[in-house]
Design a protein around this ligand. Sequence first.
Ligand SMILES: NC(=O)c1ccc[n+]([C@@H]2O[C@H](COP(=O)([O-])OP(=O)(O)OC[C@H]3O[C@@H](n4cnc5c(N)ncnc54)[C@H](OP(=O)(O)O)[C@@H]3O)[C@@H](O)[C@H]2O)c1
Length: 238
Amino acid sequence: MTNVGIIGSGAIGAGIARLAVAAGHEVTIANSRGPESLTDLVDELGERARAGEVAEAASKGDIVVLAVPLSAYDALPVDALDGKIVLSTGNYYPSRDGRIEVLDSGAATTAEYERSLLPGAVIVKAFNNIVAHHIPSLARPAGAPDRSGLAVAGDDTGAKRAVWELVGTLGFEPVDAGRLAESWRFEPESGAYTAIYAADLETFGKDYLEDEGAPLPPERLRELLAASYRPDVAGRTV
Ligand SMILES: NC(=O)c1ccc[n+]([C@@H]2O[C@H](COP(=O)([O-])OP(=O)(O)OC[C@H]3O[C@@H](n4cnc5c(N)ncnc54)[C@H](OP(=O)(O)O)[C@@H]3O)[C@@H](O)[C@H]2O)c1
């Protein structure tokens, strides 16, 4: 059992919370509006979940999942995250987050930029390249023949191992995606972004919410990561 702190209770945060309680982990979840706004979600999640303030989710978690927009990272509690293993699901969308020079120039990956905002936190990147509704639809127990791979990138071996094990219990086969500097391989518009889990690319392209998702074998994900191309972040308009 792992204590999982989750900051962000939207599509990704709530989805990971559901898988975490189903796997027997203890969850403390927080959002920007405070614990009282999470009553329904916590009731749904059951006895292994509680709502907290953001700093509480950060301090209670052995692993802290960040599921907030990138623009919110600089409001996160740096002190409470100091020394914490942080599983970051964040992506850079300039239309939502504003333009960020260090990302547009390619000087840093999103994960490296996040690390600069949260000094002391030990960042591991995962769950940023799968759309939220594909997470529950593709999660499978260990050993299932149709279990999907999920990319995990990080610089700290111990933190990466901990997130690796968590990802495994949540229903995905962890796949080593290298260091944070290489995590562009599964950033938006790269060759290993969300469409890789689509059941039908045409449907996904028209309205990704209509696509039910299809299992992605770990070995195929390894190939996609190896063949990926660095996106033109400065040209990103979404
Ligand atoms: N949706 C996807 O399919 C998807 C896929 C891959 C990666 N991602 C990435 O995952 C991250 C989360 O996406 P999402 O779709 O789950 O977003 P979302 O549904 O919009 O939820 C965002 C959550 O962040 C919380 N939040 C915002 N600012 C905060 C702050 N300063 N302190 C604490 N909580 C704060 C919000 O709180 P309130 O509820 O109080 O507003 C909300 O619960 C983003 O970086 C996104 O790019 C999303």
